[in-house]
Design a protein around this ligand. Sequence first.
Ligand code: AMP
Ligand code: MG
Length: 349
Amino acid sequence: MITEILRIDPDDIDESVIERAAEYIKKGELVAFPTETVYGLGGDAMDPGASKRIYAAKGRPSDNPLIIHIAETDSLSEIGEDIPKAAYDLAEAFWPGPMTLIVKKKAIVPYETTGGLDTVAVRLPSHPVARALIKKSERFIAAPSANTSGRPSPTKASHVIEDMDGRIACIIDGGAVDIGLESTIIDLTEEVPTILRPGAINLAMVREVTGEAAMDPGLKSEDEHIRPKAPGMRYRHYAPRGRLTIIEGDRQAVISRIKDSCDECKNAGQKVAVIASSETAKNYSGYRVFDIGALSHEEEIAKNLYDILRRLDEEDIEEIYSESFNTPNVGTAIMNRLLKAAGHRVISV
Ligand code: AMP
Ligand code: MG
């Protein structure tokens, strides 16, 4: 298949590009498009054939459900059933934006899209290209991240091209995304609203709206019997080919431990790299350093993480040592992804 690549300026949308991409969606074909979180791989959510094509293009296990993207809050009640008030309150507060709500599904939503579940994930994105495409195609768009399953989610069109060229009908290149981490997923089918995947909307922000809210205990558990509720959070994800280790603790102790480990690797003839904050990166001169962004601008760290994980593979890095980035607002989401990428290998110093 030849993949058509269409460029667009999100601040000055060319309607003819949106029309062309919408035609593919209407025909049941797949279109990758930018959202404010990461690039999505979109298909008609009500067309089981399109859903199957999404799983095939990504190599995604078919029990891992897709998020349905809508362009108006009113569409939530066309897809979901028994929707609690908390869902509407959260929608009012954070839509359009990086938040996905899990509610009971209506019968019209195919099980191919929900991975066989009776619940459905719904999001109203804020990105102008995403919203224009949903509206123009007159469909709800099922869109997981547009990466090959297991790889980091794409935050630039070049990442999508790496993974999807030749596998899908069309890629809309709208430049780099804004947030760089996937949406916060909130389950509203439990007594207490529960975060199944941390994102830019954090627990404190959710609690401000709903009063009570919890984190899925499966996210943190070392016990493999307590598994994350979101099927996608159970899979190996984001991991670079090299071995990634997170070093945490007092700043100076972390720096010297990382330098010692790098020296050991160099002596053993291994290709080694460091992931460091802008504040500390200069301490690693002489080593291959990826500056992930400033701790004082934590959004930068979120935005750069997946690009760095991809670049580590491009450079065939064998051993990677990363600082910890437990920043106040997006830190939980950043560390959730980094810990998965590291296979939970952490050394405290
Ligand atoms: P992605 O679209 O690639 O960001 O992945 C979607 C995420 O949403 C995965 O982790 C899914 O397991 C999760 N998800 C989608 N639908 C549901 C649902 N009905 N219940 C729980 N998790 C869901
Ligand atoms: Mg994904």
